[in-house]
Design a protein around this ligand. Structure first.
Ligand code: PRX
Length: 677
């Protein structure tokens, strides 16, 4: 640790600190209809009742064969939930609803252009489309149980259909966020050893029909250089029957799904009976090294956890119209657009476009038209909507009973606008803290039981028992003192391992506070989340930000090392350092400091080239706020880059004592360059 502790600039170090706020209480109308209002049910999730408490969630699902062991700890810390049980996720999200609800809308697909009609897909239609695509995947693409497939698609109903078709066959899907670059997609193809890539020809973003298939072509090429051959690219069409963009196809490798599907019309596929612990999907996320981690999620435990938390925290009832604005390419979309709401037979909205396009009223028109009553979004979207249309929600006739915020800390002022204007003072709000690794919520209020407190996520959700440790492994018991938030116990939604890298899984999440590496007792394996947090006297947790080299941009995780590695690909670059900077809409954005190799001149054009290289290799989401071409990096005497100093400069904070550095004079130069002072 030594040197690392000195040099790192983490999100937590530049966290916005706000005052403790007062409580807000849900309306009696909300409580009257809420799924969980009985504190005794909450109490059943105490540690005394662990792990059996979680069978309440598993019982919300249909099993082919019940489990015989609730939690198997024999391979600690790779926990196995509901061992012995047989289940299928596609069956639970579709087939079991048909008897009573086949004519109900499962998915409302809202295209970005308002001139296009919304596609209301019933559970029966979803059943038909998922079966036909599953038949194609099995019989045309040759995929079978246990195979991995990479899916690089935009926000369309076909993305959900693809995931559910994979789940039906027991094929492990690895969905890559549609905005990610071909390089990022290729890395995931190689790591998961996918020989099939599923893509789409085009999609709308802010009024432009973007050609998406070209990304697949590049990704396949790059993956091949990385040692993984993709032999089939399946391309959905945004407008079936006519090519919506120029989409060159490689003969024998690329196939339009909509054309091939004709051979499978009317086909039905018996869902595979999966073991509860069989993987359902991989979801890659950034970590402290350049290589993204493939979080492996189980079938039975994951589905039980997202169904249970959708019911108790999101308060989803089958008759609700639920809209989560996240992208399905992130974990929020997997758990709380697709698997959770559909497992509960709700109607889930999938919106193709950006919430603020073409104007500040777009989101509220969607809510009005579809009569959405549960709304789920991230602080970054709330800030953007508040900025461009603070009075806009009142102009539309919709009523949310419940709203969620997720992905980053929300400032109390922003929370209050969300509550007053978007929720019209009527909605119960939950601030949900969790991560890609977790499958579902960790801290939040149960909306029918606990009051809301702006800026605080809340206590552990039922069955989740957080604890804050200091650097030495002692519990931090004093209110308001920051430490590393951990979870004391396993839970069914927790990822099983990092795909193909168990050592990294143990090292990253458990090694720091493990009490005995040989132990098979879950009590010895607290889960390290990687966030700093404080606990208040009322047991509510406030999340301060990441303690590692990860930046949360608009609620999305980016590894600083990933961005630095992308910059180092540019020939002129000698050294690169990324630090998080506070941003009024996105929460945090990366600032990039570059030292050039000798003989190269610092020019605007070169800074632009480096910025473009990052967008090309990772995606636009990683675009630095600014590329600073500096004469040298501030360094310790042992040669380590002092990111802490750069972080302080970027955030206009005091750099502290720099006299012990090897080159304190460079700090003065950089400071003047960045702050003008
Ligand atoms: O730092 C925390 C922040 O987002 C990280 C997880 O990012 P990701 O895996 O991309 O998942 C995002 C959606 C679940 C966390 O380590 N974070 C997430 N939710 C909150 C949050 N920070 C504060 N408050 C939240 N509600």
């Amino acid at each position: 640790m030594g040197d690392k502790k000195v040099e790192e600039t983490t999100e937590a170090q530049i966290a916005v600190h706000w005052q403790e706020e007062g409580y807000y209480y849900p309306s009696t109308k909300f409580i009257g209809q809420a799924n969980l209002t009985d504190p005794a049910v909450y109490d059943r999730f105490s540690l005394d009742n662990f792990p059996d408490c979680f069978t309440e969630y598993a019982k919300m699902l249909d099993w082919y064969k019940p489990w015989n062991t609730v939690l198997d700890t024999s391979d600690a810390p790779c926990w196995k939930w509901f061992k012995g049980g047989l289940i299928n996720a596609s069956y639970n999200c579709i087939d079991r609803h048909l008897e009573k609800n086949k004519n109900k809308t499962a998915i409302h697909f809202v295209p970005e252009p308002e001139s296009e009609r919304v596609d209301h897909i019933t559970y029966q239609e979803l059943y038909v489309r998922v079966n036909e695509f599953a038949a194609l995947l099995r019989d045309f693409a040759g995929l079978k149980r246990g195979d991995r497939v990479t899916v690089h698609m935009p926000m369309t109903a076909e993305l959900a259909i693809t995931m559910l078709a994979c789940a039906r066959l027991g094929v492990i899907h690895s969905v890559v966020f549609g905005g990610f670059s071909p390089n990022a997609c290729a890395d995931r193809i190689v790591d998961s050893q996918s020989r099939v890539l599923i893509s789409m020809d085009a999609y709308y973003r802010s009024g432009t029909l973007l050609n998406h298939k070209i990304n697949a072509d590049d990704a396949v090429k790059i993956a091949k250089n990385g040692g993984q051959v993709v032999d089939k690219v399946l391309v959905w069409q945004r407008y079936p029957g006519k090519s919506s963009t120029e989409t060159p196809m490689v003969a024998g490798r690329d196939f339009f799904v909509n054309e091939e599907l004709k051979n499978y019309y009317g086909k039905r596929i018996e869902p595979e009976k999966m073991l509860a612990e069989d993987p359902l999907f991989l979801m890659y996320t950034s970590g402290t090294t350049g290589k993204p981690k493939g979080c492996q999620h189980s079938t039975g435990g994951y589905l039980a956890y997202v169904a249970g938390t959708s019911k108790y925290i999101q308060d989803i009832h089958p008759e609700d119209v639920y809209w989560c604005m996240a992208d399905i390419g992130w974990i929020t979309g997997h758990s709380y657009i697709v698997y959770g709401p559909l497992a509960l037979c709700a109607s889930s909205v999938i919106y193709e476009g950006v919430p603020t396009y073409p104007d500040a009223g777009r989101s509220w028109r969607i809510a009005q038209e579809l009569d959405v009553n549960i709304f789920h979004t991230a602080p970054t979207a709330i800030r953007a909507l508040r900025k461009i249309g603070p009075d806009e929600p009142a102009k539309y006739n919709y009523h949310f009973k419940h709203m969620t915020t997720v992905g980053e800390p929300i400032e109390p002022e922003v929370w209050k606008w969300y509550q007053r204007e978007v929720g019209k003072g009527e909605a119960a709000i939950v601030d949900t803290w969790w991560q890609t690794e977790n499958g579902g919520f960790l801290c939040s209020t149960v909306p029918g039981i606990k009051p809301m407190k702006p800026g605080s996520a809340g206590p552990g959700v039922p069955g989740i028992h957080p604890i804050i440790y200091d650097e030495n492994g002692h519990e931090v018991t004093k209110a308001g003192i920051a430490g590393n938030i951990c979870i004391q116990n396993p839970w069914p939604g927790q990822f099983q391992t990092i795909w193909g890298d168990r050592d990294r899984f143990v090292e990253t999440y458990f090694a720091r506070y493990c009490k005995d590496p040989k132990s098979k007792d879950w009590r010895d394996w607290p889960y390290l989340a990687g966030d700093a947090a404080t606990k208040s006297d009322d047991g509510y947790y406030r999340i301060l930000g990441r303690i590692d080299d990860v930046i949360n941009v608009s609620g999305h995780r980016l590894g600083t090392k990933e961005i630095e590695s992308a910059a180092l690909v540019v020939n002129e670059v000698a050294e690169a350092a990324v630090v998080p900077v506070a941003h009024d809409i996105k929460g945090k954005v990366p600032d990039l400091y570059i030292a050039l190799k000798p003989g190269y001149e610092a020019t605007e054009a070169l800074a632009q080239k480096i910025s473009d290289a990052i967008c090309e290799q990772i995606g636009k989401i990683a675009k630095p706020r600014k590329v600073w071409l500096v004469p040298d990096m501030p360094k310790t005497r042992s040669g380590k880059i002092m990111r802490r100093v750069l972080g302080a400069i970027s955030n206009n904070k005091d750099v502290g004592d720099v006299m012990t550095l090897a080159n304190p004079e460079v700090v003065v130069i950089i400071k003047e360059m960045v702050t003008g002072k």
